[in-house]
Design a protein around this ligand. Structure first.
Ligand SMILES: [Zn+2]
Length: 200
């Protein structure tokens, strides 16, 4: 049986947490279906431990600000709305605090694609710092996506948020999940290069 948007989002949240692709502190998952947006509620990590009850998924129309008034609207969700409003092709977003990606975010360092599986993303540059929850962050995300619009429909467009996490935009949530996982493993491989023994 097909899953509802709420069930799909809840499933993706469990996967992210089980695979250590996000943490208790944050992350959020959203989908656009027609003119409606569905998004994980605030405290999905801290209070629901990423076993999000589908009935708690917040939803509302894209073209009004009604959803912002919902008491459980995630404060990190403003960037999602801004992306859906500016890029009609975007219908799925994952923002996550992925274990191996966070060192790159913390240092504001670009990530080279060193696996064949991540070549399609090119070098992922960190965005200029903007505080979480701010409109400045939403604007910075949209500005960066203007240079990656083709990746949104071709696979998924990833962004590194300095001192924060990863943000991936696509046409499908499963593609977003796939991209987050690939980039997390790529990050591990970059970090692990320094642990390899010297070649004889
Ligand atoms: Zn976050």
């Amino acid at each position: 049986m097909d899953m509802t948007p709420q069930e799909t989002i809840a499933y993706i949240g469990r996967m992210l947490f089980e695979r250590r692709l996000t943490d208790f502190a944050g992350g959020n998952i959203s989908m656009r279906v027609g003119e409606e947006v569905f998004m994980t509620p605030r405290y999905s990590g801290a209070k629901q431990h990423w076993r999000v009850d589908p009935q708690t998924i917040v939803h509302g129309p894209l073209n009004t600000d009604d959803i912002l008034d919902h008491p459980d609207f995630s404060r990190e969700g403003k960037a999602h709305l801004a992306v859906y409003r500016e890029f009609p092709s975007a219908t799925a977003i994952i923002h996550a605090h992925s274990f191996y990606v966070l060192p790159f975010c913390a240092a504001g360092r670009p990530m080279n694609p060193i696996l064949e599986a991540t070549e399609k993303f090119g070098v992922i540059e960190p965005l200029p710092f903007a505080p979480a929850h701010s409109m400045e962050l939403a604007n910075t995300v949209c500005e960066a996506l203007r240079h990656k619009e083709e990746l949104i429909t071709r696979f998924a467009a990833p962004l590194l948020l300095t001192r924060h996490g990863i943000f991936v935009v696509s046409t499908d949530l499963y593609r977003c999940l796939d991209a987050v996982e690939r980039i997390n493993w790529n990050a591990w491989c970059v970090l692990a290069q320094g642990m390899l023994p010297q070649q004889p």
